[in-house]
Ligand binder design. Structure first.
Ligand code: ATP
Ligand code: MG
Length: 420
């Protein structure tokens, strides 16, 4: 070990486990790429105001969890705590919404930073794959995103996840509900911080995890009873489309989510094998966000799935991903001349698209064969001085154990044929 360790709340991805992370990112993004979502990448930091306005001044993310810094030039920046505000900022800046092809459908993958209390499934640096469909109000778009996330999790082999669904209303009905809720909450026995929250973002009080708070909330007014007709119809359509697609969900009227910008459809993916950090992903509609960051009216919907927790969910379900072997052929030279010759064969194989590796460092046969085994290669190529004198290499099938001499000049072609 060196003098240094990964900072608190972070961890390194190293082989072989790191391969699972790549496979998860690939599996989550594949359904998006097949459904018209284009890849977008934005900086790891942004103007701090973007998140203050876009995520919400009263959210935990902005008040407690954001890494902020002042540059030498005096700019106030923040490491990105989430993706949506940045993606919308970038789409507006590039005028993607003006091309007349709404919705703008985008997907992203990257690292996010939150100063949280580190624990299993909760880190200060974590990774998400996300999707946003910007500029269109259509319940089929909300349904599409939920269906694609469901498809991604299923393609990974996950089974013990559930989809929680709710509607948060819109700018017509939510304010009426908000006031009714505030009136109810002000009469409860709550601490100072929660009382402040009632005035800034009362819906989030519903999300309070403490039992003594939850006990007092039993008779709280229900958002469902306040939804306007348009919101009700919209939500019913989302539910009907999910049902028609065979995607099971649970109505959860307590689901409010921690971000200020959500309207109407809100959902969360939870996994039952993860203990208290059970949310593997979440999202919803954010019709007001564009205007909040100075853009035009652009009703949008999106989600972000946590890669770290998805990997933990796979481990909780003991799912073994079918990861492709990274090396197909492993070459073991015995002696100087063989080293030069086999290194040439390996280069030829690689150029032909065959994954090949080589016993570097001139170790003996035993150690080299151990490495060959560890590499998972289907075939090994071994050559010593006697083989070279005869113009052959020994080709060993690591599955059957069969070994045969193959003319050196034909080795690459023979391997290409056998590997299909
Ligand atoms: P939680 O309620 O667990 O704090 P959240 O509502 O803050 O989650 P989102 O902002 O919706 O989470 O992010 C989407 C997903 O990103 C989460 O469902 C989770 O899988 C992942 N995620 C969020 N914060 C962290 C973290 N600190 N460490 C690891 N993964 C995280
Ligand atoms: Mg959180």
């Amino acid at each position: 070990m060196s003098t240094f360790q990964a900072p608190k709340g972070t961890y390194d991805l190293t082989p072989p486990r790191s391969a699972t992370f790549l496979a998860v990112r690939e599996a989550i993004s594949a359904p998006l790429r097949d459904s018209g979502y284009g890849y977008i990448e934005t900086p790891g930091f942004e103007n701090v105001e973007l998140f203050a306005r876009g995520v919400g001044e009263s959210t935990d993310i902005v008040t407690k969890e954001m890494y902020t810094l002042t540059t030498k030039g005096g700019d106030q920046l923040a490491l990105r705590p989430e993706g949506t505000a940045s993606v919308l900022r970038a789409a507006l800046e590039a005028n993607l919404h003006k091309a007349g092809n709404l919705p703008v459908k985008l997907w992203y993958s990257g690292s996010y930073y939150r100063y949280e209390r580190p624990q299993a499934g909760r880190y200060r640096h974590f990774s998400q794959v996300g999707a946003e469909a910007i500029g269109t109000e259509d319940p089929a778009l909300d349904a599409e995103l939920i269906i694609l996330a469901d498809q991604a999790y299923r393609s990974l082999g996950l089974r013990r996840f559930r989809i929680l669904l709710n509607s948060l209303g819109d700018k017509e009905c939510r304010p009426v509900y908000r006031e009714a809720l505030q009136t109810f909450l002000r009469d409860l026995d709550l601490d100072e911080e929660t009382r402040r929250r009632i005035e800034i973002n009362p819906l989030r009080v519903l999300d309070d995890k403490r039992a003594d708070v939850q006990k007092q909330l039993t008779d709280a007014p229900k958002l469902r009873d306040y939804l306007c007709d348009a919101c009700k119809a919209y939500h019913e359509e989302v539910r009907a489309l999910l049902t028609a697609a065979g995607v099971a969900f649970e109505d959860d009227e307590k689901l409010v989510r921690g971000l200020d910008y959500y309207t109407r459809t809100t959902f969360e993916f939870v996994h039952d094998g993860l203990g208290s950090q059970s949310a593997v992903g979440g999202g919803g509609r954010y019709d007001g966000l564009s205007e909040m960051i100075g853009g035009p009216e652009l009703p949008s919907v999106g989600w972000a799935l946590g890669v770290d927790r998805t990997v933990l969910a796979l481990e909780a379900e003991s799912v073994e991903l079918d990861l492709p072997a990274t090396t197909s052929v492993y070459a073991v030279p015995l002696g100087e001349e063989a080293r030069r010759v086999l290194f040439g064969v390996v280069t030829e194989l690689r150029r032909a698209g065959i994954a090949a590796d080589f016993a570097f460092g001139g170790r003996g046969l035993k150690g080299a064969m151990k490495s060959a085994n560890r590499s998972g290669a289907r075939y090994t190529l071994v050559a010593g001085e006697r083989d070279l004198a005869e113009g052959v290499v020994q080709l060993k099938d690591m599955e059957s154990g069969e070994q045969s001499a193959v003319p050196l000049a034909e080795a690459a072609a023979e391997l290409a044929k056998r590997l299909g």
